[in-house]
Ligand binder design. Structure first.
Ligand code: FAD
Length: 374
């Protein structure tokens, strides 16, 4: 067990790296614990067919430039993150999967990972959502004789050639995967079915910065009230990109069906008795925040989410905890911004809760911090 740190960042994706950069700028003594074997956060696990031309834009980490290089997102972004960690000498330790964060009687937090533990005064949680794919329950799912997979395990379109596929989900991933699958199934009208629980909301106007800010504000409002965060796309609406044009012409996006009622060995069945046979069910049903390791801190509000303060990163139930990449900051732009706010939140808490004999950082109470570039 090491001496207490001023902060521990959990997760080294966009949010964790941004937080570490800003903590470092403020002279805050910290480590970054990351479960991955290599740099890149969730980007290293994205499917091979996702290129830099397909992503909506990866924001530049603080004090750097996103590589303009084309290529697969799962190699370009991890290489960028790896270089960033090295160039900025970020104190990343991996692979370390945090199991639990516990409060101690002497007002510290203990971050546990197997037999290892770090004592710290604050944490910045930046664990993303990739490790928590969400698949809703439907009766009979276990009896399906074909293949079921979640977006997380999508191998690209090729393995679906000539197969009958049901795509479930109303988000951006479903739209993107339908666009790819339409090109490999034999007859899209017969072999590719799109099913959603709710009517998708299509965006007809341009998605500019103002619209983005308004969408993020809606998710922020939910989190401020302690509700579980909605996905940002649920408030931005869906758009077809040039890559999806061929699928649109094939009518893929017009043939959406309401949710089926059950799953059978040969396919999916609706409440009115209709059966559609299928070889594959592809669940593009999103992810949930990976926060189970924070359970001992009892951060959840009565509404089921973790309530964050008006600055959007500090947990109301325990201000030693910052959450970044959570809810409104679950995008690369949001994660960058949240990293900066989280470092400010950590600094405020340390300043407000230090006694003048605290010499760990050599930073006396109420001291000014090094100026930040924003
Ligand atoms: P992640 O990148 O998931 O990083 C989390 C890190 O935490 C990982 O390294 C993981 O190993 C680690 N971790 C998890 N649990 C633990 C644990 N218990 N202990 C230790 N470490 C742990 N956003 C955009 O802005 N533009 C886009 O084009 C875009 N495209 C996307 C495409 C897809 C398919 C998906 C799923 C998301 C996309 N997003 C996009 C969202 C964006 O990728 C994320 O919101 C953003 O990268 C924030 O990352 P993060 O740091 O919060 O999480």
């Amino acid at each position: 067990m090491s001496a207490p740190l001023e902060s521990v960042v959990i997760g080294a994706g966009q949010a964790g790296l941004s937080a570490s950069f800003h903590l470092g700028r403020r002279g805050i003594d910290h480590v970054v614990l990351d479960a991955g074997d290599a740099p890149g956060g969730a980007w290293q696990h994205r499917w091979d067919s996702l290129t830099m031309a397909d992503v909506h834009g990866v924001a530049s980490l603080p004090d750097s430039e996103t590589p303009g290089a084309p290529g697969r997102a799962n190699s370009v972004v991890p290489a960028y993150f790896g270089a960033y960690e090295r160039d900025h000498r970020l104190p990343v330790i991996r692979p370390v999967r945090v199991d639990r964060v516990e409060p101690t009687e002497d007002d510290l937090l203990v971050v546990r990972a197997g037999s290892r533990a770090w004592r710290t005064r604050t944490i910045v949680n930046a664990t993303g959502t990739w490790s928590q794919p969400y698949v809703p329950f439907y009766p009979g799912a276990a009896t399906f004789a074909g293949e079921q997979l979640h977006t997380r395990g999508y191998p690209g379109p090729e393995p679906f050639r000539g197969r009958r596929v049901v795509v479930v989900g109303g988000g951006a991933s479903a739209v993107q995967l339908l666009g790819e699958l339409a090109m490999v199934v034999d007859e899209p009208e017969r072999d590719l079915i799109w099913v959603t629980r709710r009517e998708p909301v299509w965006r007809t106007d341009r998605f500019d910065q103002e619209a983005g800010t308004a969408a993020v504000a809606l998710v922020e409002e939910r989190v401020r009230r302690g509700l579980p965060p909605a996905s940002v796309v649920s408030v931005t609406g869906l758009m077809l990109r040039p890559q999806e044009e061929a699928a649109r012409r094939l009518g893929v996006y017009d043939r959406r069906l309401p949710m089926f009622a059950s799953i059978e060995p040969s396919g999916v069945r609706w409440a009115d008795g209709t059966l559609r046979e299928a070889d594959v069910i592809l669940w593009a049903t999103g992810f949930r925040p990976a926060v189970a390791h924070l359970a001992p801190l009892r951060l959840r509000s009565e509404h089921g989410g973790i309530q964050l303060d008006r600055h959007g990163t500090t947990a109301v139930a325990d201000p030693r905890v910052q959450l970044v990449g959570y809810g409104p900051s679950a995008s690369t732009i949001g994660a960058n911004r949240a990293g900066r706010f989280a470092a400010r939140g950590v600094a405020s808490w340390l300043d407000a809760n230090s006694d003048s004999s605290d010499s760990r950082s050599g930073r006396p109470v109420g001291s000014t911090i090094s100026p930040l570039r924003t």
